[in-house]
Design a protein around this ligand. Structure first.
Ligand SMILES: [Zn+2]
Length: 130
């Protein structure tokens, strides 16, 4: 192995990481925070509300569009929840992933109990964010 090649092997991952670029992936969400995209399996990270969505059994198995920053060739850090970086792709539509409490008419963006009545919120994929 010559010196140039050695450089490439050791430093390309670092360079790739340093050049974290905006990226959008589409694919099917698998359990364990993995997206099965056309360019291979992408490991996903993000803030706590985002991880809540990725680990929701009702969302796992759906086709999603995710936007964030590349963290290497097979990893994506999804943008923070307030940047609306996650969509479900269904029936040719791009839908926001939201959660809804029918009792209180309160909308949230990560699964869990309603902060008002403590009931579990329902997954509500919709064209409008609010
Ligand atoms: Zn409620």
């Amino acid at each position: 192995m010559n010196r140039r090649r050695l450089f490439a092997v050791f430093f390309s991952p670092l360079l790739a990481w340093g050049q974290a670029a905006a990226a959008t992936f589409r694919g099917k969400l698998l359990a364990g925070q993995v997206l099965d995209s056309a360019s291979g399996r992408i490991r996903l990270t993000g803030d706590e509300p985002t991880l809540g969505v990725l680990n929701d059994p009702r969302v796992i198995g759906l086709d999603l569009e995710l936007t964030g920053q590349s963290r290497g060739p097979d990893a994506l850090e999804i943008d923070p929840i307030h940047k609306k970086a996650m969509y479900a792709l269904k029936d040719g539509k791009r839908l926001f992933v939201t959660y809804w409490c029918d009792i209180c008419s309160i909308r949230t963006y990560t699964p869990g109990q309603c902060w008002c009545c403590q009931e579990q919120t329902e997954l509500d994929l919709r064209e409008r964010y609010e």
